[in-house]
Design a protein around this ligand. Structure first.
Ligand SMILES: C[S@@+](CC[C@H](N)C(=O)[O-])C[C@H]1O[C@@H](n2cnc3c(N)ncnc32)[C@H](O)[C@@H]1O
Length: 294
């Protein structure tokens, strides 16, 4: 039923955006004493080989993290924090290991914090559980082989009333686009002050176009602040090669929509996004946007 495997995409420009924003959020949320409960509704396999068959076949990491390994200082702080995290999973360059969201989140957790990581694909769930077991994190990290949209309902609000939910589906199922606002709307009713971060692809499809608008409406109705960051690296147009064959561009852009963002997030991304446009942009369509509201 599910054919998406994140191993093909790990470390691509979308992961760069998503994980840079995720780290900036985590840095802020772990400043306060109170315990944090993190939810990763679509966790993936947790760790990926950049020199493995999947990554080499797609070559997506080469256009993402591959372009960021040897940057000259000064590098914007939020991007540097992201690069430092990737570096900490590697012993040498070029990097061979890419940490997925559950490993990135776990890296920031303090003893009192917890992570619930949901993964429905049987193979990736098994790999994730095995990867997490290596951390010997005990009960701090739970890998749940169940539907992430439904799973989090049972656990909101968290006992400490401090929480971060990352929602990063594969959008392989068309109804993912509808399930996200349904889950976020429900979550906001149960736990209005939680931080909700949703990654989405920017592709010529009405549901994808509407998703950030729907999230913004939910935030505004709940009277909660929001932030919306996007990164475009190339044109979305199909073009022809010298033999007249259609070349499909692959994912050209993506966005992160955050409800209840840390008040520091916009500032943290202000220099990083234009820097990423320069570093990862592939044509004159490369651009970013950064909006917020309260
Ligand atoms: C984009 S990948 C996740 C990548 C990961 N968040 C990261 O940043 O490293 C999406 C994952 O969600 C899984 N998935 C799809 N539908 C799901 C659902 N309803 N509940 C839980 N996992 C699901 C897929 O098998 C896939 O591994």
């Amino acid at each position: 039923m599910f054919s998406y495997r994140h191993a093909f995409h790990a470390g691509n420009h979308a992961d760069v955006l998503k994980h840079t924003v995720l780290i900036a959020i985590l840095q802020h949320l772990t400043l306060k004493e109170t315990a944090l409960m993190a939810f990763d509704t679509h966790a993936g396999a947790g760790l990926y080989r950049l020199d493995g068959d999947y990554a080499q076949t797609s070559a997506e990491a080469a256009e993402g993290i591959g372009k960021l390994q040897d940057l000259k200082a000064p590098v914007p702080e939020a991007l540097q924090a992201y690069l430092d995290v990737i570096d900490s999973f590697n012993t040498q360059k070029p990097w061979k290991v890419y940490p997925g969201s559950p490993f990135i989140i776990q890296k920031f957790l303090r003893e009192r914090d917890k992570l619930k990581a949901y993964e429905i694909h049987p193979t990736d769930a098994k790999t994730l559980a095995a990867n997490i077991a290596q951390l010997e994190a005990g009960r701090q990290v739970a890998v749940l082989r169940e539907d992430g949209f439904d799973g989090v309902r049972k656990l909101l609000p968290p006992p400490s009333r401090r929480g971060l939910l990352l929602c990063d589906p594969s959008y392989e199922m068309k109804n993912d686009y509808a399930r996200i606002p349904a889950m976020v709307g429900d979550a906001l009713q149960r736990f209005a002050t939680g931080t909700y971060a949703v990654w989405y692809p920017i592709i010529p499809r009405p549901e994808a176009h509407d998703l950030p608008k729907r999230l913004k409406t939910l935030a505004q109705r709940a009277d909660r602040p929001w932030l919306h960051a996007t990164l475009t690296v190339k044109s979305s147009k199909i073009h022809q090669d010298e033999n007249g064959q259609d070349i499909r561009p692959g994912l050209p852009a993506s966005g992160m929509f955050v409800i209840n963002p840390p008040h520091t997030l916009k500032d943290a991304l202000k220099d990083t996004l234009p820097y990423l446009v320069k570093a990862l942009g592939q044509d004159s369509n490369a651009a970013h946007t950064l909006e917020s509201g309260s």
